[in-house]
Design a protein around this ligand. Structure first.
Ligand code: G3P
Length: 258
């Protein structure tokens, strides 16, 4: 875990207009400058809606902030007659470091499957960005007790076609669907169980070096009050935070646990 730089990513989902985005990023920049806490050891990234990216870029560049930012989705197409789509090269041009792919909300409301998620991950990589590939089981699967197999299969399918080096550089986020936005956080043991299994699967399918290097995040109702124990697990390399990333102080407090 020591060689992997922890990553705390704030997924704003469909929140914050561009003015609110400016205020939130400025506040975050201010809070992260607090010398009392050693924020240097962790990488902090924000993932705003597409319409905020230019504003966030301006603030981050203008203030020479050390936070990075990314997008919540990307098209599998490169350019052309795809109304409503945003290409990887457009996001790269805006300075995005990350692209979230396969979030459970996209899988559920937009019918995205593992093959599409893998294609999107490759588009992000080809454009020089890092995909944050999301996997996670619903409550029915958790109750059946097949969650580990479900998540490792999703990892296989959602990173299919990536080379071991590409997997090593990617980020995987384990987000149990029953924990997203519900306030019902997974226990540290639950998070570790699946993250450990995902790492073992990466070793088996790609390489042990890729497994050693790939960062695996936990997501689902992470808050400052519950982050420490989850982040302390050996196979958890950070968090993908939803609701709590909309408050600068709460989000920064989560970043303090490394
Ligand atoms: O991608 C982050 C996410 O789905 C978790 O959301 O609000 O439960 O932290 P939340």
């Amino acid at each position: 875990q020591q060689q992997r730089v922890p990553l705390i990513a704030g997924n704003w989902k469909m929140n914050q207009n561009h003015q609110e985005a400016v205020v939130l990023v400025q506040k975050l920049s201010w809070v992260l400058q607090d010398k009392k806490h050693d924020y240097e050891r962790v990488e902090v990234t924000v993932v705003p809606p597409f319409t905020d990216l230019r504003s966030v870029q301006t603030i981050v560049d203008g203030d020479r902030m050390r936070i990075t930012y990314g997008a919540q989705d990307v098209s599998v197409h490169d350019a052309g007659a795809y109304t409503g789509e945003i290409s990887a090269s457009m996001l790269a041009k805006l300075g995005c470091s990350y692209v979230v792919v396969g979030h459970s909300e996209r899988r559920e409301y937009h019918g995205e499957d593992d093959a599409l998620v893998a294609a999107k991950a490759l588009k992000a990589i080809d454009a020089g960005m890092t995909p944050i590939v999301c996997v996670g089981e619903g409550l029915d699967i958790r109750n059946e007790g097949t969650h580990v197999a479900h998540c490792t299969q999703q990892v296989e399918g959602s990173l299919a076609g990536l080379s071991p080096d590409q997997v090593a550089e990617a980020v995987i986020a384990y987000e149990p669907v029953w924990a997203i936005g519900t306030g019902e956080v997974a226990t540290p043991e639950d998070a570790q169980e699946v993250c450990e299994a995902i790492r073992a699967q990466v070793a088996k399918t790609w390489s042990s070096q890729a497994a050693e290097r790939v960062r695996i995040l936990y997501g689902g109702s992470v808050k400052a009050a519950n982050a420490a124990a989850i982040m302390a697990q050996p196979d958890v390399d950070g968090a993908l935070v939803g609701g709590a990333s909309l408050q600068a102080e709460e989000f920064a407090a989560i970043c303090r646990f490394y």
